[in-house]
Design a protein around this ligand. Structure first.
Ligand SMILES: [Zn+2]
Length: 476
């Protein structure tokens, strides 16, 4: 029995359907968004930012055959197969499909709304160029699983999904939907159950204790699954010793710099003290060294943090306001207004900058940084649109556009273990590509100008997908 479970887990962990999706099986609901569907497609005269960290190259031709990229090279000498559908992309840039590592189907918004957006989230991700997501914790795991199956069967549009089980927490978890693990036995049982159901990741949450955490990680690893966490009761260096594969959110959830931290307990009021943390100090260097030595990635989720800072983002994305359900929009704008009027509300700009500097220092030290939106908090970071905002925030942080893109594509694919299949614009990889009008290597904001998103070689109309979620984000 066990080997069957492991085999199923391996297939699921690639984020690929067990059998290749036949194009003729696509539902009408999916078809209505597809504007490019041809056996061979050539994207000509386009700038390529390939996601590997290489400099952008102008005037390239990308050939797609079936669901694969079969060549990338100078337009002048490229061999375009006879009968190919040729799309002249002069003035455009192609990047790899983004890999969102903290990309929930659920959404939290002002007024304590928590809702699983199984209709709008997948569409927002795909429309924004996010072709692969890891859910990083689920409020309603069976609903997320059914969404994934529906996408894989070609019944509804959306990204490739890597599923996590329910959040695993300790007693007194902050949300009543989490598994509140109270013994190592229970930890192993919960992991085994959800592994059989199809989860390939687990996300630990704030109050979990070391004994349960260790049991959960060991059981997950025995079954070939991985574990990440939004920590509090466990510090990063303890997490390294416990065997975590990935850690979410960076500085604010790493409580190990708080002198009042007690084992297995969440200290209170750690975050404001971080403003004085010396990023060149021995404890910070020790954290980075431990993560790097054990190949543990840090997932940056700046858009959700930024939304908690007064008057940030400086300009509201009109696409976000259009997508929001009216009551959700009203709640968010009210919360934003209150923060702007009360200088002590929310998170200070200085703390946001500190969190950025911490992640930048980790990156500079050679750490593996990945990225996700985390569409929770006060509702100001939406699926997909928030992933695009990541690109701009990384550049504000100090990364070059090429580095930011690498973090958001190749690095995510590496952490998921699928970099041999996707995560860069490379011949032989899956044709998951994003077409952008303009040049995000020079004008970061151009990342928002997505026109076409290829997933498995099929080109989806970004504007049409966005239009399909107008006024419903926060509702369904
Ligand atoms: Zn989250």
């Amino acid at each position: 029995m066990r080997h069957i479970v492991i085999a199923a887990g391996l297939i699921a962990s690639l984020g690929l359907p067990a059998a290749a999706q036949s194009r003729k099986d696509l539902s009408l609901d999916v078809r209505q968004y597809i504007t490019v569907d041809a056996p061979v497609v050539a994207l000509t005269h386009v700038r390529v930012m390939d996601g590997t960290g290489a400099a952008p190259v102008d005037d390239q031709t990308i050939v797609i055959e079936g669901n694969l990229i079969t060549s990338v090279g100078p337009a002048g000498s490229a061999k375009v197969p006879a009968g190919a559908k040729v799309i002249d992309l002069t003035g455009h840039t192609v990047i790899p499909g983004l890999v969102g590592m903290h990309d929930h189907i659920h959404y939290s918004a002002a007024g304590w709304r928590n809702i699983n957006l199984s209709y709008s989230s997948p569409r927002l991700y795909l429309a924004s160029g996010v072709t692969t997501i890891r859910t990083a914790g689920s409020l309603v795991p069976y609903e997320d699983m059914n969404v994934k199956h529906s996408i894989d069967r070609g019944e509804s549009p959306g990204p490739r999904m890597h599923l996590s089980g329910p959040y695993i927490s300790g007693p007194h978890s902050p949300l009543p939907v989490m598994a509140e693990l109270d013994s190592p036995e229970e930890a192993r049982r919960v992991v085994r159950y959800w592994a059989e159901e199809g989860a390939t990741w687990f996300k630990a949450y704030t109050t979990i204790r070391r004994a349960e955490m260790k049991a959960a990680i060991d059981e997950a690893h025995r079954l070939g699954l991985k574990v990440t966490g939004h920590l509090c009761s466990i510090g990063y260096r303890e997490a390294v010793e416990l065997g975590f594969d990935n850690l979410e959110h960076g500085l604010f959830v790493n409580t190990e710099y708080d002198p009042d931290k007690k084992p297995d307990l969440c200290p209170t009021g750690s975050v404001p003290k971080l403003i004085d943390l010396d990023l060149n100090s021995a404890p910070v260097k020790a954290t980075f060294q431990a993560l790097i030595e054990h190949h543990i990635a840090m997932t940056s989720t700046l858009p959700v943090l930024e939304a908690l800072v007064p008057n940030r983002p400086p300009e509201l994305d009109p696409r976000m306001l259009e997508a929001m359900y009216p009551a959700v929009k009203e709640g968010y704008l009210k919360a934003r207004d209150l923060m702007a009027k009360n200088p002590n509300a929310g998170l200070s700009e200085g703390l946001l900058k500190k969190a950025m500097a911490y992640e930048f220092a980790f990156y500079k030290a050679g750490g593996m940084l990945a990225a996700g939106v985390d569409n929770t908090g006060n509702g100001g970071a939406l699926a997909g649109l928030g992933d695009q905002r990541n690109f701009e925030l990384f550049i504000e942080m100090g990364l070059t556009p090429v580095q930011a893109l690498q973090v958001m594509s190749a690095n995510g694919a590496k952490v998921l273990g699928v970099y041999d299949k996707l995560g860069s614009v490379t011949s032989g990889k899956l044709a998951d590509l994003v077409v952008i009008k303009g040049n995000p290597a020079v004008t970061p904001r151009d990342i928002r100008n997505v026109t076409l998103v290829f997933k498995d070689g099929l080109g989806y109309d970004s504007a049409k997908l966005l239009a399909s979620v107008k006024g419903i984000v926060g509702l369904r």
